[in-house]
Design a protein around this ligand. Structure first.
Ligand SMILES: Cc1cc2nc3c(=O)[nH]c(=O)nc-3n(C[C@H](O)[C@H](O)[C@H](O)COP(=O)(O)O)c2cc1C
Length: 179
């Protein structure tokens, strides 16, 4: 399975969680790792190149720190620029059909805080529904979300274990991911 990771962290030099996950992912075979903020410092996303790359990969992993219960803005712009009418959706727009998308995110909040009655009230899956629907509207397959909670306070050992957990499931077939 060919995997493309699209990472979007506004300041990887200050990152711990995403950097630890990224380091592990970069060791994987048949995996293209890209960082949007490095590739597009001027925010001019090359939509045709992005579309060509999307066609070439089976599974697309979107990796980002959770910012205000969503993705950082350059990844939002990536959706806006790349998932175009007639290509990704609308008349004749079914080029993403059958592609698998997996969100890999790190959150400052704890797992206990992301539930009804908890500090953050909702689960991460609930909060990421706009991204889920964007993908399913474009006929993509939305895989279960991978979340590293407590990302800021977590020890180096915890983050390393999270990276290991991610590398164990990144290639799992959909049947083994969704319960
Ligand atoms: C602008 C901003 C918004 C954030 N919003 C959230 C949030 O909505 N929920 C949350 O749990 N953590 C939030 N955080 C914490 C980040 O998710 C956390 O610092 C990050 O995932 C840690 O990963 P890193 O070490 O790779 O930067 C926010 C952080 C920043 C800077």
């Amino acid at each position: 399975m060919n995997i493309m990771v699209i990472s979007a962290h506004p300041d990887l030099s200050r990152s711990r969680a995403n950097r630890t996950l990224a380091k592990k992912l970069k060791e994987e075979k048949n995996l293209l790792y890209r960082d949007l903020y490095t590739e597009y410092p001027d925010w001019h996303i090359d939509a045709q190149k992005e579309q060509r790359l999307l066609l070439a990969y089976d599974r697309i992993v979107l990796q980002f720190p959770l910012y205000w219960y969503s993705c950082p803005p350059l990844l939002k712009k990536w959706f806006d620029d790349v998932f175009t009418f007639g290509w990704a959706y609308g008349t004749g727009g079914d080029r993403l059909r059958g592609k698998e998308f997996m969100i890999v995110t790190a959150a400052g909040g704890t797992a206990e805080s992301y539930r009804s009655g908890g500090d953050n009230e909702f689960t991460i899956s609930e909060l990421l529904r706009p991204i889920q629907r964007t993908i399913t509207k474009c006929n993509g397959t939305y895989l279960p979300v991978f979340v590293t909670y407590n990302a800021d306070k977590g020890t180096d050992d915890y983050l390393a274990a999270e990276a290991e957990r991610l590398s164990e499931l990144i290639r799992r077939p959909i049947e083994a991911l969704a319960h």
